[in-house]
Design a protein around this ligand. Structure first.
Ligand SMILES: NC(=O)c1ccc[n+]([C@@H]2O[C@H](COP(=O)([O-])OP(=O)(O)OC[C@H]3O[C@@H](n4cnc5c(N)ncnc54)[C@H](O)[C@@H]3O)[C@@H](O)[C@H]2O)c1
Length: 322
């Protein structure tokens, strides 16, 4: 494994998960954080996600031999489900505990953190100024060999390539939340990414138990959100204009396509705040009388009532009673 020493810049929700996924498979991981305050916020996240990963491994024992097991097992934690036994899971748990204890480090000094990095994964807030600031601070500290990946969900690598000092070694590797279960890695270079570096990113994603999904060119929203956002918008427009109710729209999609969840079940998982934020980014959201404007108001009403999705117990559906 060439990319063995991993530095994660940013110890937020995704940064923590990415770092732990790398440690889980035995890579050496250093979280570079900017302040003592960040350490105070990141350490509990590390503990929480270690706990969740170990808990999901344990729960997977009960899935062995069940028809649903093959669909819902934690795919980032178990590579070969078919041959998995209770004993395999016990040894994965022991190995994970050891790896988390031995391979996870935190460093505030950027120069020390990156001194021998094979790869730096930038997973900082979706704030271009902050990302540029860190790329510029890092560019002269990185060894020649270091590859640089960004996990940005909405920004393109070409926006930042010139600030990195190594545009040919820079690309996006975009992970999904709860990486140990939803193990996709969308890999997207910019025009100046070296094809060999792109291949290394694909191999790296595979090594950390992700399914690499290769994009041939830059695309805002990558593959998933390029499909999901218009799909969910179309469903919400049908609801906002009262063409049909939520359960009828979901039922239509589920019965006609065989998909396990219709758009409103997906929206409840994504969260209505995210749906609202996406709605508000559209210029028509400010145009009184437009469908987008009406939808924004309807989503806001639900958010104000605390009906923000599965995590809140209620969204488009009620999850409080089982
Ligand atoms: N949350 C998701 O579901 C998700 C999914 C895929 C990708 N992403 C992407 O991952 C990245 C991080 O998202 P997140 O949800 O983990 O965010 P978050 O808010 O949980 O974490 C952001 C982290 O960046 C750090 N940070 C901010 N400014 C910094 C600076 N100037 N210097 C050093 N550190 C700084 C913060 O301290 C924090 O640890 C974003 O680019 C986002 O688009 C998020």
């Amino acid at each position: 494994m060439r990319l063995q020493k991993v530095v994660v810049a940013g110890g937020g929700v995704l940064g923590t998960q990415i770092g732990l996924m790398c440690a889980y498979v035995g890579k050496d991981v250093t979280f570079w954080l900017r302040s003592e305050g960040s350490i105070g916020r990141t350490k509990p996240k590390i503990e929480r996600y270690c706990g969740l990963m170990l808990e999901d491994l344990l729960k997977a024992k009960a899935l062995i031999g069940t028809p649903m097991g093959a669909y819902v097992y934690p795919k980032g934690l178990i590579r070969d489900w078919k041959s998995t036994t209770s004993e395999t899971i016990d040894s994965l748990i022991e190995q994970a505990k050891k790896n988390f204890a031995e391979h996870v480090h935190i460093e505030l000094d950027m120069a020390k953190a990156v001194a021998d990095a094979d790869v730096v994964i930038e997973s900082m807030s979706e704030d271009p100024k902050a990302k540029i600031g860190v790329y510029e601070a890092m560019r002269d500290l990185l060894p020649e060999k270091t590859l640089l990946f960004t996990n940005s969900s909405t920004m393109l690598p070409s926006t930042f390539a010139e600030y990195t000092g190594r545009p040919e070694k820079y690309c996006a590797v975009h992970f999904a939340n709860t990486i140990w279960k939803n193990n996709t890695a969308e890999i997207m270079g910019h025009a100046g990414t070296d094809p060999e570096v792109f291949k290394e990113a694909v191999a790296f994603a595979d090594e950390i138990n992700m399914i690499p999904l290769e994009l041939h060119k830059e695309q805002p929203g990558y593959i998933l959100n390029s499909m999901l956002v218009p799909f969910l918008s179309a469903a919400q427009a049908l609801w906002a204009t009262d063409v049909a109710d939520v359960s009828t729209i979901d039922k239509t999609w589920e019965l006609a396509t065989g998909a396990p969840a219709g758009p409103f079940k997906i929206l409840d998982i994504v969260g209505l705040e995210t749906a609202y934020n996406i709605n508000q980014m559209k210029p028509e959201a400010q145009i009184e009388g437009s469908v987008t404007n009406l939808l924004g108001k309807l989503l806001k009403e639900k958010i104000d009532k605390g009906e923000t999705g599965v995590n809140a117990g209620k969204g488009f559906y009620d999850y409080s009673k089982k």
